[in-house]
Design a protein around this ligand. Sequence first.
Ligand SMILES: [Zn+2]
Ligand SMILES: [Zn+2]
Length: 352
Amino acid sequence: MQDLVVQRPEGLYCPSGDFYIDPWRPVPRAVITHAHSDHARVGHGHYLAAAPAEGVLRVRLGDIDLQTLPYGQAIGHHGVKVSLHPAGHVLGSAQVRLQYRAAGGGQTWVASGDYKVAPDATCAPFEPVRCDVFITESTFGLPIYRWRPDAELFGEINTWWVANVALGRASVLMCYSFGKAQRILSGVDAAIAPIVVHGAVHSLNTAYRAAGVDLPATLTVDEVSDPADFRRALVLCPPSAAGGPWAKRFGDFSVAFASGWMQLRGARRRGGYDKGFVLSDHADWPGLLGAVNATCASRVIVTHGSVPVLVRYLTEQGLQAEAFHTEYGDDPVEEQVQPQPPENGAATQGGA
Ligand SMILES: [Zn+2]
Ligand SMILES: [Zn+2]
């Protein structure tokens, strides 16, 4: 039988169900894995997403024709059974499971969207879903990418912040405003000093809190009543804000950047900031391999990231592995901060 998901110029397409998954061009029906702007774009006729994604999707896309589905619940569409399963990437992120019964046997496909397998208090944990064909991302699909435990990382951030407080300067931490910022908020020690957030982070925080995610108290710059707080605060903002007039109010501050790309020494050197924290919302190399393994899929299709490396590795493991070309990675914030990838590749994605 024909493949359940194929590539089209508009995006990944399910011919049997006549819908797209995270399409990059406007289409009538789109299943959206998560609200990062390279995966969730404006202009589609109808959107289907996981229920916990509703708030963040509306912050990002406004008044769209959105249907939501609780994790694990299935709906039928032209004979294709569609269900969404936690991807552990950001609030509401989902893997898309497609099941089609046909004469002579059916098949089950899972499109991962972006995912991480490490725990994250701000979203539901990644759920391995058995399938025949697994479409996996490979943003950090090189053996050099191995994340340390979160506790160590947040400990490092706390130490940097405490040291800056002692010196009377703010700790400006540049990060992706959706997902990364909330994960940092949930991980740092909010008792150290006030936390100030940029407006872009604030609007996402509001959606997270409305969805029941517990985040510490934060202030926008307008809410800071004591100017001394500007000199000891932890400040979360997108990279564009840290270099502009918005950050002038913090005076002489220390600036750091949180991203999986910080694992690359060159990225740290080029960035012009004092510190780089390796914090990613994607699976690292062992995480990717473990996730692929857990699906029990015999065929794996690799999308955005270090595609050739992972395809070669999986082929060597005896799997049928191939690539889909996708156009994720048009998020202006991430584009701006993402260094050139190492040797292999066309690494382009949002929310690293
Ligand atoms: Zn992505
Ligand atoms: Zn993403």
